[in-house]
Design a protein around this ligand. Structure first.
Ligand SMILES: Cc1cc2nc3c(=O)[nH]c(=O)nc-3n(C[C@H](O)[C@H](O)[C@H](O)COP(=O)(O)O)c2cc1C
Length: 329
């Protein structure tokens, strides 16, 4: 291994690909600074959706997802990364610094990076094919490999408690001041804005809505044709032992690994954060789904899209130069 620095174009390419990471309401709440042979990730709190995510959990989890994505992208481009998370406690928004060393990418590095472009958040109903325990275990294994707990919520009582928390959170949020307006602000935006959740990725409201997914307005995505009953979804809960910035960042990295693995297996996926955005429903998930032993950070809904499902369009992203700080900034 040599330690020659990557050129700026390589780093820009990696960040461009990483920016495909999922983020709450597609806010892309991150900023990058480039050093000599290093890259620094910062939280961009100006993009926090405060009515949805008052304490910034979703923002930090989103940054964890982009951190994992950039490592996957760099590995495929021939750069290994040593990561220092929250390297300076005096600057809590400096979430990670990455030192790069040249490296020979493996086939699996390249295959993982290819999943970045293929992954989509799919909010439509799933088909009635079950997700096999082997697939769930492979995805949960990736969560564990990234320092978090990945729990497939299959026990009926736990599943009932989680579904109840999701439904209760929706009711509470929809009557909270500012929530509906904030959601409307971030949905159905013009593509040129480079952010937000487009109408084309939101199912049109109807009697076949999935009760577990967030109720966005303005959706134009047609429901699947064909059978509309008996969908099989699995809910994977990502949790950590603590609930500080580092724990949330790691949860985001683990979520990213889970989503890319699910995409590689051909599964449809959708992150769900709603039940964890309200203190009461989050407590309910912690106590009744996790037995009070861990801190829930994100739910991922998994299933098989019906074979008739139309491919989902890619959501927009901000220009890479808008997320890389100019030198001296
Ligand atoms: C921390 C986090 C929380 C999210 N919460 C939800 C959610 O509750 N409901 C939902 O439909 N999508 C949720 N998403 C998915 C984002 O809306 C999605 O990633 C974004 O719109 C970009 O679209 P894409 O994932 O298809 O690229 C969440 C994503 C992240 C990273």
């Amino acid at each position: 291994m040599t330690s020659v620095e990557p050129d700026r174009e390589t780093v820009r390419t990696a960040i461009t690909l990483a920016t495909r990471a999922p983020s709450i309401h597609n806010t892309q709440p991150w900023r990058w600074r480039l050093g000599d042979g290093s890259i620094h990730l910062f939280a961009d709190r100006t993009r926090q959706v405060t009515a949805t995510d008052p304490n910034g959990r979703d923002l930090t989890v989103s940054c964890g997802a982009v951190l994992h994505h950039v490592r996957v992208a760099l590995a495929a481009l021939g750069w290994a990364t040593a990561v220092h998370r929250v390297p300076n406690p005096a600057v809590p928004d400096h979430l990670a610094s990455l030192e790069l060393t040249s490296y020979d990418p493996t086939d699996s590095d390249v295959a993982a990076a290819a999943m970045i472009a293929r992954r989509r958040t799919d909010r439509r109903r799933m088909s009635d094919w079950p997700v096999s325990p082997d697939h769930l275990e492979r995805i949960a294994g990736q969560v564990r490999a990234h320092g978090a707990l990945g729990i497939a919520v299959v026990d009926p009582a736990a599943r009932f408690a989680l579904a109840g928390a999701i439904a209760q959170a929706a009711v509470i949020q929809e009557s909270a001041p500012g929530y509906t307006l904030e959601l409307a602000t971030w949905t159905g935006r013009a593509r040129a804005s480079g952010d937000g959740v487009p109408a084309a990725n939101i199912p049109a409201r109807g009697r076949h809505d999935d009760p577990d997914t967030r109720r966005f307005s303005h959706g134009t995505l047609a429901p699947h044709t064909g059978k509309r009953y008996g969908q099989q979804t699995e809910l994977l809960l990502i949790a950590t032992s603590g609930d500080d910035v580092l724990s949330r960042l790691r949860a985001g990295e683990a979520a990213s690994a889970a989503l890319l693995t699910a995409t590689g297996l051909g599964l449809a996926s959708c992150p769900l954060s709603q039940p964890l955005e309200i203190a009461d429903t989050r407590r309910r998930v912690r106590d009744h789904v996790l037995g009070g032993t861990a801190e829930p950070q994100l739910v991922i809904r998994l299933g098989w899209a019906p074979t008739s499902a139309a491919p989902l369009p890619a959501t927009a992203r901000r220009d890479v130069d808008d997320v890389i700080a100019a030198s001296g900034e």
